[in-house]
Design a protein around this ligand. Structure first.
Ligand code: PBG
Length: 338
């Protein structure tokens, strides 16, 4: 349906407004629909008990201690959200140049995964593979002479994936953008008996300023300081390069791919979905969330409407699912509408 032939017709015989006049008709001809099955909820975990702290730059988003987290995940599952993506706010004193805490089977994330599994909650658990929540320099990989080194980082990331799989995580989501990591992670998982653990690769992840609030949430912005991630995350100027990133990741064993950020990169979502026809996810990242929330708080935008419209736009672009901090709200809203 890419040729314009099927849309030929002309006024006054053709009136496109005819189909739009009534609600039933608009619903009938709607091309895309947002469903709870499209949602992945990213959640921040912190140490402590009965703790719930709001992230200043992300109004309405909290870090939960494990006990509170399980309640929240239970709610998400009850609402029908298929999966959650967990991110740790690692205590500063546990951060090191080598990010060793990432490999500790007792680290925050592993304990959180085990708690969710133990509670018997039927929901997919996605764990991020990258070192930035654990490194004192805030980079996703290891630093040698001030540079993020690739192969040495991949080795650690593969171990991190195995540790998370051992804790019971269902989906490994490498967000580090090192070359060759998907293949190494797949091999490491398989050798450890985790052939069934899925890989959702952050395949086309751009070096974006929209991640700012996330770095506040996991407490890595101070560590990163004036550093940036441009030697491994993609240049926002590039679109064709995304095909190669995705192709390599699929060849190396990725089950699903992700484009990130979301709204400013919907062209990439469309290209990748059309060219590869594999499950494609997009991440409505922290900065996108904060932008919408900031405007809504000022009364400049209608929060609920922009929330739903922005997520529908992901579907229209071809995304099979969306990681969004609005997930709980949206799921609730979709449920109320039924
Ligand atoms: C860590 C990671 C980041 C995000 C997800 N995983 C930040 C970064 O790459 O600096 C961003 C998510 C968001 O902004 O919501 N590698």
């Amino acid at each position: 349906m890419t040729s314009p032939d099927h849309i030929l017709g002309g006024y006054p015989g053709t009136r496109l407004r005819r189909n739009r006049f009534s609600d039933w008709s608009r619903r009938l001809v709607a091309e895309n629909r947002l469903s709870v099955d499209d949602l992945i909820w990213p959640v921040f975990v912190c140490e402590g008990e009965q703790t719930k702290t709001e992230i200043e730059s992300m109004p309405g988003v909290f870090r939960y201690s494990i006990d509170r987290l399980t309640e929240q995940i239970k709610l998400a599952a009850e609402l029908g959200i298929p999966a959650v993506a967990l991110f740790p706010a690692t205590p500063a004193e546990l951060k090191t140049p080598g990010g060793e805490e990432a490999l500790n089977p007792e680290n925050l994330i592993c304990r959180a995964v085990r708690a969710i599994k133990k509670a018997g909650i039927d929901i997919g658990i996605i764990c991020d593979v990258a070192l930035d929540p654990y490194t004192s320099h805030g980079q996703d990989g290891l630093l040698v002479d001030g540079k993020v080194v690739n192969d040495e980082s991949v080795e650690v990331l593969a171990q991190q994936a195995v540790v998370q799989a051992q804790a019971g995580c269902d989906v490994i989501a490498p967000s580090d953008m090192m070359d060759g990591r998907i293949g190494e992670i797949r091999e490491a998982l398989d050798l450890s008996g985790f052939q069934h653990v899925q890989i959702l690769s952050y395949a086309a992840k751009y070096a974006s300023a929209f991640y700012g609030p996330f770095r506040d949430a996991v407490g890595s912005s101070a560590n990163l300081g004036s550093g940036d991630k441009r030697t491994y995350q993609m240049n926002p100027a590039n679109s064709l390069e995304a095909y190669r990133e995705v192709a390599f990741d699929l060849e190396e064993g990725a089950d699903m791919v992700m484009i990130k950020p979301g709204m400013p990169y919907l062209d990439i979502v469309r290209n990748i979905k059309e060219s590869f026809g594999v499950p494609v996810f997009a991440y409505q990242v922290s900065g996108e969330y904060s932008m919408l929330m900031a405007a809504a708080e000022r009364g400049w935008l209608d929060r609920e409407k922009v929330m739903l419209e922005s997520l529908l736009a992901f579907k229209r672009a071809g995304a099979d699912g969306i990681l969004t901090y609005f997930a709980i709200d949206v799921a609730q809203k979709l449920k109320d509408a039924n």
